[in-house]
Ligand binder design. Structure first.
Ligand code: SF4
Ligand code: SF4
Length: 232
């Protein structure tokens, strides 16, 4: 199996290049994931750099562009990828080294939507109760692992990374807009109401197609757009 891997070490490379590495068939086992293969390739070339942590699709740290699609390496079966595999860093974010990108801009957008519950009183002696139906509304939102696969597959984000919040941040925003316990709904919606933060989304739905957790950020963005329009 052959790998074409984007390599760039700013400390010694003036431009990025593609490295071709081969993984012998004898090393490939049934059920192997892409991350397992990367670890074997790193034995061949210890300078190969990528992130990983939990290795089971929960921490979201090993997002990368695989044969043109954003995926998590740890839950992507090698068997589904063909004989030659192209690996690149997530698009649209600055490359720190090889397959590692700087997620600073991504987290900044997340931070700007105030991704935490805001209630009237900070009274830790009472529970903020919900009915089962109210609780069910946040299904499809809270499961986000902030891997960035959605936001970095979005053309609107590529063009306006500083102004368009991107699908992950907007999914988080909607998670609290629709939470029955949150009292800042109006302010949250108002904060998202400008030509760029939300409305740069053109409903292309790359985000939904690329989410490794099967979430639907584009649907959440449509809900926010409706809420904004209702508020006018
Ligand atoms: S639906 Fe919106 S957020 Fe998702 S990829 Fe398209 S433009 Fe980007
Ligand atoms: S919505 Fe999906 S793709 Fe986007 S950051 Fe969350 S888990 Fe990753």
């Amino acid at each position: 199996m052959n790998f074409n891997i984007y390599r760039f070490n700013p400390e010694k490379d003036s431009v990025p290049y593609t490295q071709r590495l081969e993984l012998p068939e004898t090393k490939i086992t049934a059920g192997m994931m892409l991350l397992d293969a990367l670890k074997l390739l790193k034995q061949q070339d210890p300078s190969l750099t990528f992130r990983s942590s939990c290795q089971e699709g929960v921490c979201g740290s090993d997002g990368m562009n695989v044969n043109g699609e954003n995926k998590l390496a740890c839950i992507t079966p090698l068997a589904e990828l063909g004989e030659t595999i192209s690996l690149r860093p997530l698009p649209g974010l600055p490359v720190i080294r090889d397959l590692v990108v700087d997620m600073g801009q991504f987290y900044q957008h997340y931070d700007q939507v105030d991704p935490y519950l805001q209630t009237s009183e900070l009274d830790l002696s009472v529970e903020h109760l919900q009915t089962p139906m109210e609780r069910a509304k946040i299904d499809g939102h809270y499961e986000c692992i902030l891997c960035g696969c959605c936001t970095t597959s979005c053309p609107s984000f590529w063009w306006n990374p500083d102004k368009f919040a991107g699908p992950a941040a907007l999914l988080a925003a909607n998670r609290f807009i629709i939470d029955s316990r949150d009292i800042q709904t109006k302010q949250r919606v108002k904060k998202l109401d400008d030509p760029y933060t939300t409305f740069r989304c053109r409903n292309i739905q790359n985000c939904t197609a690329s989410c490794p957790k099967g979430l639907d950020p584009s649907k959440a963005i449509s809900q926010i757009k409706h809420k904004i329009l209702e508020s006018h």
